[in-house]
Design a protein around this ligand. Structure first.
Ligand code: UGA
Length: 445
C-alpha cells in the first residue's frame, strides 16, 4: 500500500524505511530541504546501526522517496503518518505540539479524498481528540479519520523494534467510528506482515493509546530509578547491584531490561515524557501519579550528582585542576544522540568544579561539540586518557567494556576508574591495580 510519513526525524525516518522494507510505497516528507536531499541520496542524518543499507536498498528499488512538497504528499496516498517531534516546551515540562498542529493543519487543507491520518508522535492523552476537533473546524471539507498509533522503538535497536515490535497499539475514535474504523482497516494492511507473524494488536480508544505510550516510558524510567535507588543500599550493606539485578531480572514478572544501575536515564524521550506526564497528572489532580513521577525524576537527576561526587573523591576531595577523562557522550550506546545526555551533563558539572575534562565518544562527538562547546573533545580513547587523574565511563559502549586496563595504565597519571554504567569487569580492573568505583558496587565486589 501507499503511505506518507510526515517528519523525517529519528522516528519518521526509521518508520518510513521500515514500512518500505515491508513492501509499501512510502513518501517521507519534511520542510527541511537539507534533510530531504541527504535522505534522497541514501545518507542518514543520524547514526543508527544497520539502517542505512535499508535506506539505500529501498531508494534503489523505488519504494521509498522523500519530498518537501506537501501538495505532492497529499496526492501520493490516503494514509498519512505523523511522526513530528513533540519536545518539551520552554517551561521544560509541557509537550510542545506546535509542529504537530502545523503539519496536520497544512495536510488537512490539501487532502482531497477520504483519508486516514495516523499519529505516531508521543503526545499527552487528549491531544488526538483536540487535534481532530481543531482540524474539523479549520478544514471543514476534509474527510479524514484521525487515529493514534504510538511507537515503542528504542534508539540503537530501531530496526528490530520497528520491524518486529512487541505490540502494535491503535487508538481510534470509538464514538465516531462505531466499530467501523477506516484507520483500523488501513493499519491492519500496513502491519499485515507483523500481524501474520503474531505481533499482538491492541485496538483501543484514542486516550488509552496516547497514555499507554507515556506510561510505558514512565514505567521504564521508574524501573531505572528503582535500581539506582537500591544501588545506594547495595553499597551500604556490601551487596553487588549487578548480581542483584540479574536475580531480579530472572523473574519474568520483573524482566532484566532497565536494571543496569549507574548514571541514570537520558535521551530525547524518557526524561521529557516523564516530565510531561507528571505535569498532566498534576493538572488533573492525580496527586499520587504526580508525586511518584516527580520522585523518579529527582532520583534520576541525583545519580548525576552522585557520579560527580565519586569523581571528586577519586581526586582526593577536590576536582580543581584535576585532569578528567570521560569515555562516552551519547545518552546511550549505539546512538549519536546527546539530548539530555547524563554523560555530558556530568562532564559539564565536573568542569564547573574546576577540572580539565576531555570527552571521547565513538559516534556522538559532533553532536556533543555542538551542545557543549566549552568541553574539550578527543578523537581517540588514548588522547582522552593521557595524564588523567581519573577516567569516567559514562556511556555503555562495548568498546569501553573491552578496554585493556594494562594498556591504559601507561597513559594515565592515576589508575582510578569510575564506571558510571556498571559495564566494566570490576575484578579485571582491580587485579590490574586500578581503583575501581561504581554506584552499587562495593570495594569488595
Ligand atoms: C525509550 C523507550 O525504551 C522506547 O520504548 C521508546 O519508544 C522511546 O524511548 C521513545 O519514546 O521514543 P530510548 O530513549 O531509545 O527508548 O532508550 P532506552 O533504551 O529506553 O534507554 C533510555 C535511557 O535509560 C538511556 O540513557 C539508557 O542508558 C538508560 N538506561 C537504560 C539505564 O540507565 N539503565 C538501564 O538498565 C537501561
Amino acid at each position: 500500500m501507499r503511505c506518507t510519513v510526515f517528519g523525517t526525524g529519528y522516528l519518521g525516518t526509521t518508520h518510513a524505511i521500515c514500512m518500505a522494507e515491508l513492501g509499501h510505497h512510502v513518501l517521507g516528507v519534511d520542510t527541511d530541504p537539507g534533510k530531504i536531499t541527504k535522505l534522497s541520496s541514501g545518507q542518514l542524518p543520524f547514526y543508527e546501526p544497520d539502517l542505512e543499507p535499508l535506506l539505500r536498498r529501498n531508494l534503489a528499488v523505488g519504494r521509498l522517496h522523500f519530498t518537501t512538497s506537501y501538495p505532492d504528499a497529499a496526492q501520493f496516498a490516503d494514509l498519512h503518518i505523523l511522526t513530528v517531534g513533540t519536545p518539551s516546551a520552554a517551561d521544560g515540562h509541557t509537550a510542545d505540539l506546535t509542529d504537530l498542529y502545523a503539519v496536520a493543519n497544512q495536510l488537512a487543507a490539501l487532502i482531497e479524498r477520504p483519508a486516514v491520518i495516523l499519529g505516531k508522535s508521543t503526545v499527552p492523552a487528549g491531544t488526538a481528540a483536540r487535534l481532530a476537533a481543531h482540524l474539523r473546524e479549520q478544514s471543514p471539507t476534509c474527510d479524514f479519520e484521525l487515529a493514534w498509533n504510538p511507537e515503542f522503538l528504542r534508539e540503537g535497536h530501531a530496526l528490530q523494534d520497528a520491524l518486529r515490535p512487541d505490540r502494535i497499539v491503535l487508538g481510534v475514535d470509538m464514538e465516531r467510528t462505531l466499530g467501523r474504523s477506516r484507520a483500523e482497516q488501513q493499519a491492519r494492511h500496513l502491519y499485515a506482515d507483523q500481524l501474520k507473524a503474531g505481533v499482538p494488536l491492541v485496538v483501543t480508544n484514542l486516550e488509552t493509546a496516547e497514555l499507554a505510550k507515556m506510561a510505558a516510558n514512565a514505567y521504564l524510567a521508574t524501573k531505572i530509578s528503582f535500581i539506582n535507588a537500591i544501588s545506594d543500599l547495595c553499597e551500604g550493606v556490601g551487596a553487588d547491584v549487578r548480581a542483584l539485578a540479574d536475580i531480579l531480572g530472572h523473574d519474568p514478572r520483573i524482566g532484566r531490561f532497565g536494571l543496569d544501575a549507574g548514571i541514570g536515564f537520558g535521551g530525547g524521550c524518557l526524561p521529557k515524557d516523564l516530565r510531561a506526564l507528571a505535569k498532566q497528572a498534576g493538572e488533573l489532580g492525580a496527586v499520587d501519579a504526580a508525586m511518584l513521577l516527580r520522585e523518579v525524576e529527582q532520583i534520576n537527576l541525583h545519580r548525576r550528582v552522585r557520579v560527580v561526587d565519586l569523581a571528586r573523591q577519586a581526586c582526593g576531595g577536590s576536582l580543581r585542576a584535576a585532569h578528567v577523562a570521560v569515555l562516552g557522550a551519547a545518552f546511550k550506546a549505539e546512538s549519536d544522540d546527546v539530548r539530555d545526555s547524563p554523560a555530558l551533563h556530568v562532564s559539564a558539572a565536573i568542569q564547573q568544579h574546576g577540572a580539565f575534562v576531555t570527552v571521547y565518544d565513538p559516534k556522538a562527538l559532533d553532536n556533543a561539540r555542538q551542545s557543549y562547546p566549552t568541553l574539550t573533545f578527543a578523537t581517540t580513547i588514548t588522547h582522552a586518557c593521557e595524564n588523567a587523574d581519573v577516567v569516567l565511563v559514562l556511556t555503555e559502549w562495548e568498546q569501553f567494556a573491552a578496554l585493556n586496563p594494562d594498556e591504559l595504565t601507561r597513559l594515565v597519571r592515576n589508575r582510578s576508574i569510575i564506571d558510571g554504567r556498571s559495564s566494566l569487569d570490576s575484578t579485571r580492573w582491580r587485579e590490574a591495580g586500578w581503583a575501581y568505583r561504581a554506584p552499587g558496587i562495593p570495594k569488595t565486589c
